[in-house]
Design a protein around this ligand. Sequence first.
Ligand code: SAH
Length: 396
Amino acid sequence: MDQNYTEIILKSGKDQSLKRFHPWVFSGAIKQIKGNVDEGDIVVVKSNQGEFLGIGHYQIGSIAVRIFSFDNVPIDERFWIQKLQFAYELRQKMLLPVADDTNVYRLVHGEGDGLPGLIIDFYNGTAVFQMHSIGMYHIREQLASCLKQVMGDALKAVYNKSSKTIPFKSAVEAVDGFIFGESLPGIVSEYGNLFKVDWEEGQKTGFFIDQRENRKLIQQYAQGRDVLNMFCYTGGFSFYAMRGGANLVHSVDSSEKAIALTNENVALNFSGDERHKAFAADVFDFMKDIKDRYDLIVLDPPAFAKHQRSLPQALRGYKRINTRAFEQIRSGGILFTFSCSQVVSKDKFREAVFSAAAIAHRKVRIIHQLTQPVDHPVNIYHPEGEYLKGLVLYVE
Ligand code: SAH
């Protein structure tokens, strides 16, 4: 297939990872760019021998090309529709049959769905686009129209929220807003728990969908327990704990807005229930002195490490909060502890938690090892996509 895209030729030997379907081309692997290329352009990548390797979006930066097709096919409307259709069908087949009271899920998970640079979260009729590449940002309207063709009436609106995620050095001044349709921040259902989601003002696309199954798990351990939900955002883990029969639930987040939403969500799900209290506070301060007040603690911090260079500092952060939890959790307590930092591997996270347990001198058993759910699939050739790690620990 001869397409009029600029060709990028790789240095000899630098084609191996692409041949194994890893979707990134690093700038150092490029030998020659044949012609002009602008940020966001579609390019064809070839080996030093002129062999076709893939088609992707070009971007200035260490990841120079993000490959979305390893086949030499036309990149037209049909192509994008088919890609979105695959992603949608996966959720229809794998997620919704087990979570039919759920109308919030991740519809496209970047590399995990063969669409690097594109995140789409679905909130009960509204799709929220979060682009991480200029190429995907450029075609946002086309993607919205293709998604409409795939989903039909199930899709009422598309909101683009990319101004904070596309590379800040690019010349594109991204503006957030509806591509089509409009809706007020809505109420979604996750396993029957209701959440008010504000995709315009909220963090990320409005909700941390990736913790759905882990939130659900807490329900089976909450009976009769005094629960502390740290970094609660809009209260997710708290409501499952209440549903599971917790004795009391305290939710803590440093964001006043998040705490206001948590309280609104309590009113939606458990109006008048006095077991719940929310605190706008810094977790590190709050945990200085919680004594033995709790026997189920959740630690779900934001990514402590955004880059490899902040890894040591991040590991110290995980060690510190987990030590505080181990030192104070009641005997027979359960700790749900997470890391969503991509650069922190499963082993490194476990080591940090292990050190924390040893410092606190508690006897600890791992009862679950958790990760991200089915709507956040990991491309087996792109292990970097596996970012969420969790441990459920029984503390003697
Ligand atoms: N568990 C949540 C998601 C947590 S996201 C859920 O299930 O939806 C991480 C949260 O940590 C954010 O809401 C952020 O406001 C909060 N946060 C970040 N730093 C904090 C700190 N030092 N103390 C308290 N909260 C913090």
